[in-house]
Design a protein around this ligand. Structure first.
Ligand SMILES: Cc1cc2nc3c(=O)[nH]c(=O)nc-3n(C[C@H](O)[C@H](O)[C@H](O)COP(=O)(O)O)c2cc1C
Length: 445
């Protein structure tokens, strides 16, 4: 990608200061050539066609480190590399094929007052400065030649460099004779859903850009969301649960691990509230809560990223010896259940959805819905919050499996639940607290 007028420029985000050091570190240029290149990059940019091979290689290295971006001659857009594997590629990327089409994995968002286009598989993103470019992009919803798309108006020939940037970022893909892209012909890519691959690429280091992990972005704007919360349903009553004290009768860990399995079919005899109390005490209770300065963490029997313990547990009692059927909230500090609602149509459907997750092989006696108060995680971390919260649910699943095994209960993790129904049953805002995991237990046959 170095067609006519394409130029390399220094990226804005405070990287200017790092560029001279990074240029020296490439070892590709002498002091004078480095100085000339740096001042060219900082003052209007360096035309790629004019760059000699060592300069071009140095530019490429800076681009891989996120220090250099590329602009088309008409300033329609800027390409920002986001991954170390980025390469400039052929001089005219659009020469590779006759017809081109938008990738199944591309998307456009509004960021900082501009449209930004990305592909989940791309090694660069494209900031679009001229909104007319979006109409030009839209022409590639079907396989089209660049000449045809440019002819139809929008940006006229001003758009040629922009299309090159889109190709370089993997947003436009070459088509085969039947107008299909690799997203449509490659079996591995075909099996990916758009949102899942986007989520994968944005929540891992490597292709996510440079804002990922514990960024503390909201520390000065929003107080830390509380780690512990009084149950909103305390006024409906508080049913204290049994607290086990004896550890010596516990099954050894390795025996629990070796004998653990998913048990979906349960006895007509339901489990008892006593057993439910022990199970919840050993898995979900809060065993400590620490405040250090203005930062809070908690401790429960299972590990949790950041010590945030953003989970809330909801308990649907379908069959339990000493507890009325109904939908409850678990208070992990009081180790008690607070009733939310008696059995209703939503509760029946929650159970039926669990039955269907087991392909009809089981019916929970107790169904746990693990919800997350998303803000707890989103406040501290960026880009990987949802992924980490699902990992936390995995830690809960294994803890629940092992405790159920040690207690002689049947248990099964479930892969799917209904977040919309959960929002309706709890009254929680969908994006504030949502269900992200389901687990069922019962007395084995
Ligand atoms: C995250 C996760 C999701 C699961 N989802 C389901 C499910 O939806 N339905 C089901 O019947 N079993 C589900 N299982 C249980 C697995 O099918 C089971 O763990 C696997 O087949 C291995 O068998 P085992 O647990 O008996 O060793 C799930 C397990 C995990 C860890």
């Amino acid at each position: 990608m170095s067609g006519p007028g394409m130029r390399a420029v220094l990226r804005r985000e405070g990287f200017e200061a790092n560029a001279p050091r990074a240029l020296a570190a490439t070892g590709l240029l002498g002091d004078r050539a480095s100085h000339t290149l740096h001042s060219g990059l900082a003052n209007g940019g360096v035309a790629l066609t004019a760059a000699k091979p060592p300069e071009r290689a140095a530019i490429e290295q800076l681009a891989r480190g996120g220090l250099v971006a590329f602009r088309d001659s008409e300033d329609v857009a800027t390409l920002l590399p986001v991954a170390e594997g980025f390469a400039l590629g052929p001089e005219d990327p659009l020469a590779e094929a006759e017809r081109w089409k938008l990738s199944k994995f591309q998307y456009v968002q509004s960021e900082g007052g501009e449209a930004v286009a990305r592909s989940a598989l791309g090694l660069a993103m494209v900031q679009i400065h001229d909104p007319a470019a979006l109409a030009l992009m839209g022409r590639f919803s079907v396989a089209t030649t660049p000449a045809e798309a440019l002819d139809k108006g929008d940006l006229g020939n001003r758009g040629a460099g922009f299309l090159g940037l889109l190709a370089c970022a993997g947003i436009l893909l070459p088509c085969d004779g039947e107008g299909r892209t690799a997203d449509e012909t490659d079996d591995q890519r075909r099996m990916w859903d758009f949102h899942e691959l986007v989520y994968h690429s944005r929540s891992r280091l490597g292709r996510s850009g440079f804002r990922v992990g514990a960024t503390w972005e909201f520390r000065d704007e929003i107080p830390q969301p509380p780690i512990l919360r009084d149950s909103p349903w305390r006024d409906n009553g508080v049913l204290p649960l049994y607290r086990p004290t004896v550890l010596s009768r516990d099954m050894p860990l390795f025996e629990a691990m070796e004998t653990r399995r998913s048990v979906r079919a349960y006895s007509p005899a339901p489990i008892t509230a006593w057993e439910l109390g022990e199970f919840l005490y050993r898995t979900m209770r809060v065993r400590a809560h620490v405040k250090s300065g203005d930062y809070e963490v908690a401790s429960r029997p299972y590990p949790n990223g950041g010590g945030i313990y953003e989970q809330e547990l909801y308990v649907t009692v379908e069959a339990c010896a000493d507890l009325p059927r109904g939908f409850y909230h678990y208070d992990p500090v009081a180790h008690a259940l607070c009733p939310i609602s008696p059995p209703d149509a939503d509760m029946s459907m929650l159970i039926e959805e669990a039955v269907s997750a087991t392909a009809g092989l089981g019916r929970p006696q107790i169904l746990f819905t693990i919800a997350s108060r998303f803000g707890g995680f989103n406040w501290k971390y960026s880009a990987m919050c949802y992924a980490a919260q699902l990992k936390n649910v995995g830690a809960i699943y294994q803890t629940m499996y092992l405790v159920a095994t040690a207690m002689g209960l049947g248990a099964c993790g479930l892969g799917l639940g209904n977040a919309d129904r959960f929002a309706r049953m709890t009254g929680h805002d969908y994006a504030t607290e949502g269900s992200i995991g389901e687990f069922m237990i019962g007395r084995p046959l």
